[in-house]
Design a protein around this ligand. Structure first.
Ligand SMILES: [Zn+2]
Ligand SMILES: [Zn+2]
Length: 231
């Protein structure tokens, strides 16, 4: 891992941009490819356009994170150690809380009409909706992520696990169907997680389910709703 990071430091900025943009595009096509096994509809030109803009903005966030790391404002522990697991869990829970608060703010203020309503044009979300975001929203989520990395020197492997899990949850929330049998949704390990049904319910009734990875905060603040959505 150290070798990869040292290699990046030697490259001109333009190359690093290109590497990060390629990485974001590959993630997007990975999501859309897996999503195509579950969602059979077609995407509109507007969806593709907004998806492309989000990819560029996610690259801006990745590049900003890289620059902050290069100038040592963000410090990353690059050792392969067991700390990766607690660090992953901390990142998972902290980002879940930060995004819950951010999500409530963009729903309950003028920001809903100005920013977040765009994502809610999809009452029945599909995989591309993970990237159908207003630019302010895409940068807002990215800033929360960088803020967390600025606070503490997290382990790089914990960060990588978190980033993979983040994409998986984003895809699950916008699958357009529930892949899990209804009985399984009640299993102790799954009950408190943000399932497809959980986020689909949010798209169908915007008063409920503001969480992303877990339903913990919605349960605490009494905004939790779990019922089979009308797909
Ligand atoms: Zn929302
Ligand atoms: Zn959504």
């Amino acid at each position: 891992m150290d070798n990869i990071l040292t290699y990046l430091l030697q490259l001109p900025s333009g190359y690093i941009w290109l590497i990060f943009l390629t990485e974001n595009i590959l993630i997007t096509f990975g999501v859309l490819f897996i999503g195509s096994f579950f969602y059979k509809g077609r995407y509109s030109t507007k969806d593709w356009y907004l998806c492309a803009v989000t990819n560029v903005l996610n690259t801006v966030v990745t590049f900003a994170g890289y620059r902050l790391w290069e100038h040592q404002y963000i410090v990353i522990d690059t050792h392969f150690s067991w700390w990766m697991l607690p660090h992953f869990i901390i990142l998972f829970l902290a980002m879940d809380l930060l995004m819950f608060v951010f999500h409530i703010i963009i729903h309950k203020t003028f920001l809903y009409k100005a920013v977040h309503m765009l994502h809610h044009e999809a009452v029945d979300p599909s995989p591309i909706d993970l990237f159908v975001l207003h630019p302010v929203e895409a940068l807002g989520f990215g800033s929360l992520w960088l803020l967390l990395l600025l606070i503490y020197p997290f382990n790089i492997y914990g960060i990588i696990i978190y980033l993979v899990v983040n994409v998986i949850f984003g895809l699950i929330g916008h699958l357009g169907m529930e892949p899990l049998p209804s009985a399984m949704l009640q299993w102790p390990g799954i009950r408190y997680l943000g399932t497809s049904t959980f986020h689909h319910n949010h798209h169908q009734d915007i008063r409920y389910n503001f969480g992303f990875y877990t339903s913990i905060w919605d349960r605490i603040f009494r905004t939790y709703k779990q019922q089979p959505p009308s797909y």
